[in-house]
Write a protein that binds this ligand. Sequence first.
Ligand SMILES: Nc1ncnc2c1ncn2[C@@H]1O[C@H](COP(=O)(O)OP(=O)(O)OP(=O)(O)O)[C@@H](O)[C@H]1O
Ligand SMILES: [Mg+2]
Length: 445
Amino acid sequence: MPLQLQHEGYSEEKLGLLAEKITCRETQASTLLALLGEPDHYTYPSIFIYGHHASGKSHVTECIMKELELPHVTVSCVECVSAGLLFEQVVMGLYGSEATALLPRSSSILDFVRVYKQLSSQEPSYQTRYIILDRAQLLRDMEANLLPGFLRLQELVDDNVTVIFLSEIVWDKFRPSTGCFEPVVLHFPDYNKGELHQILTLDSHPSYSPELYSSFINIMLGVFYSVCRDLRELRHLAALNFSKFCEPLERGEVKETDTHKLWKNIEPHLKKAMQTVYLREVSSVQWEEQQQKEEKEAGALKGLSAYAHVELPYYSKFLLIAAYLASYNPARTDRRFFLKHHGKLKKTNFMKKHEKTSNHLLGPKPFPLDRLLAIFYSVVDNRVAPTASVFSQISSLVTLQLLTQVGHDDQLDAPKYKCAVSLDFIQAIARTLSFDIVRYLYDFL
Ligand SMILES: Nc1ncnc2c1ncn2[C@@H]1O[C@H](COP(=O)(O)OP(=O)(O)OP(=O)(O)O)[C@@H](O)[C@H]1O
Ligand SMILES: [Mg+2]
């Protein structure tokens, strides 16, 4: 039985609608409502709400403001590169865009207080106005007087206004060493498994029964809860995998009640999705497309697909190939590989038979910069080589940890490098350039 929201200032109907939207956050919401009091009451000047990522801070605050129709403005501090921009958004949200003309360019908190005072005396409101600063942890990187100013804004502007801070960081890490006005602190704890289940099942699919969706979420949480408790991520995963879960139902092979078969069907998909939890640079559509492509290409091109995500500039690829060759070929064989007219080389001399151990087993050997460049110009061939950017590309490869710099402690020594990538990797890179690297490797002759 969910907690009933109660408050003198609002109708039961409104509170009922609000309670429906904030599943599992009734306790926090009713504390907050008690703090806010009735619409025209003066409230505590600043309220500090903190809790982990996706614990419903923004959601609950926004629902309260919207459902109870409180005058408010929400500003995300991420979007405000300067304090001036922040003030502008606050003024615009509360008093309309024309009012922002009053703020001078790059305004300070003093300008803001002056303008706010002027505006509030022109447009007095009998209700409390709320300023919600989302991702408030970023305020700490802004001007030093911004946070203390917002904390006691009510007193500074002499208006019925309350500032609500939403943060992922505890208040103790905010407090300036010089001390400041203390806000009321409210904690949003993480959702537990049961609560996550309750919230996730709210998204149930219209064409399937809520019970089916609920059992799907149960399976999902069973798999993912130990590694991921982030509501957003779980929601994304649920949306991605639900259609897969329903495939056998659509084909008519399985009944809704046959949970065992449904589980057997979804298990491999969930296992795969497990590897990419939190690694979502791609949209769900792209991710799915990529999954399908990978399934097709599995096998033969495995090397390539595994490294396809490494995207390097054209010449950097050649530099990396040159570095690989320099690391794994003995220096004396360079003439044989890279000189067009190397004349006659005695085969016996070239192939020292006692050199049985594979260079690949021994690992990469360091090489000087000039050898790398010599090989590079040779493999790039007559394709024009831009000298200016070569050095910067080499240092980029070092930064990317594809090359490592060795033994360059004293400035007199020229730098030496080692190539830090595997044969599979370099073959994948070479393939994108249609460069047959194996032909140039001494070990494979
Ligand atoms: N109790 C809830 N009922 C329904 N949906 C919820 C609930 N709590 C959170 N959500 C949803 O989960 C998502 C994340 O919640 P929200 O944005 O409020 O998190 P947050 O605590 O503000 O996190 P962040 O610190 O990352 O801003 C939102 O899409 C929100 O709608
Ligand atoms: Mg938020």
